[in-house]
Write a protein that binds this ligand. Sequence first.
Ligand SMILES: [Zn+2]
Length: 287
Amino acid sequence: MKITADLHMHIILDGDDWKAAMDHHKKGPDEELIRSRLAAYRDAGITFLRDGGDKYGACLRAKELAPEYGITYLTPAFPIHQKGHYGGFIGRGWGDLDEYCELVETAGEKGADFIKLMLTGLMDFNNAGRLTEAPMASDDILTVIDEAHDQGFAVMAHCNGAQAARTAALAGVESIEHGAFLNKEALHAMADAGTVWIPTLAPIANLRGTGRFPDKVLEYDLKTARENILYAVSIGVPVGAGSDAGAYMVPHVQGIINEYDLLREILGERTDEILSDAEDRLKKVFC
Ligand SMILES: [Zn+2]
């Protein structure tokens, strides 16, 4: 298949040092750098990008410039996290519900196409099957998703772990990003809600052999993802291709090529049909 979309990427990040990448745009987005990345996507035939957002406005500048490159570009303005939890490096945080509602409004005023929520921590690449922190409380997950919906937005949720994903799906979340360590219950809730799953395998797979984390853990993470992806597809969860480009070891453009190859190893001959169905579903709810 010709890859024409990356359903999860970060124009602000560089695939290497997130701190330096963020600092680079701190005083305002570097338009030249953003243009060079958009040109690279265009040259690779990519015409659709969905960004995870950033607090310095790089994704919003990219959205303005994207039509010059023939690219449809969706952004949440910035991702929203609960203060004291994962997401502060790239997003904006809330302490109580009033602050949360204001952030959703602000994102809308800045031109957000959807709301991106950080509901959980990351995979712990040093310990198989573990996450870096406890997820947001279930009641809060339901509330933040409901409120975004009430304000008229679809929700892209950074969400790992079965319990949080199940709760998010019960709230009708439109997409689950990463989705490490899901289980059948969570996947059925996602199937029922029509939630698109973007498993982002490249950031795990591309770490193998680097010595940064134990390969045994990375292989375990990929094995559980593989099993869950096969089950998800069997019960009708739309599984789509997003690379998390910009994350460590996931370069722009090359990231989505890696992601496609990884998904193809799992999905085989049905890969293109499955990925394009998920892309259609995603465009229907996010565009
Ligand atoms: Zn991401």
